[in-house]
Design a protein around this ligand. Structure first.
Ligand SMILES: [Fe+2]
Length: 202
């Protein structure tokens, strides 16, 4: 029997989940742990090095990140423009520390590679910028009536998402530190169309 209706999904947000082939190597984890970090301000601590993926010790992970960025560029953005990594840094969340809600400026897509995962590792929480206007009592959550989405990495994966999406990390309940590597990207080449008066050469 043919269904009597259908529901289309308009303007969805992509959350790309890619495998870190081979996982995080012990020397890569040690490199992240031994970097200098900015002083603890009660929340997330970021590496003082803001270009860690350009360091030779991170060359393998950079290659993996660039492979997934290439998929994102082709499948999501559908552009021939190069999508390249700009700044990149590592984050540490000790027990009790969180990372406040934020988004990334001057970036097309942002990525995060998980150096720790599994168990009760605190999730990243994405929040929609579409503000609800009413609050009906919901009997179930679904993709149309929810405005947050939590992702808890259970394996060696990386995420790529549009940089304008608000995201945060809840307080770490574990003694084990949460360690991740984040990066931003931008496009290179000609954007827009001369005749539409929106051409931009980068
Ligand atoms: Fe972020």
């Amino acid at each position: 029997m043919q269904p009597d209706h259908q529901v289309l999904t308009l303007f969805p947000l992509p959350l790309y989940i890619g495998l870190i082939e081979g996982g995080i190597l012990p020397e890569e984890l040690a490199y992240a742990q031994n970097l200098a970090y900015d002083p603890n301000t009660g929340g997330n601590r970021s590496s003082s090095n803001h270009y860690v993926l350009h360091e030779p010790e991170m060359a393998r992970l950079r290659g993996i990140a660039e492979g997934h960025l290439n998929n994102f560029r082709q499948q999501i953005l559908a552009t021939d423009n190069e999508l390249y990594i700009t700044q990149s840094w590592t984050n540490r969340n000790a027990r009790g520390s969180h990372h406040h809600a934020h988004y990334h400026l001057n970036s097309i897509a942002s990525g995060v590679m998980y150096f720790t995962y599994g168990g009760e590792v605190p999730p990243i929480v994405f929040k929609s910028d579409r503000r609800p206007q009413i609050a009906p009592r919901q009997t179930a959550g679904n993709i149309f009536n929810s405005d947050t989405f939590s992702f808890r990495p259970q394996g060696p994966v990386m995420l790529i998402f549009p940089s304008y999406i608000d995201h945060s990390v809840v307080a770490n309940p574990n003694d084990e530190e949460r360690i991740s590597l984040a990066f931003n990207t931008f496009l290179r080449g000609d954007l827009g169309v001369e005749e539409r008066l929106n051409r931009l050469t980068l």
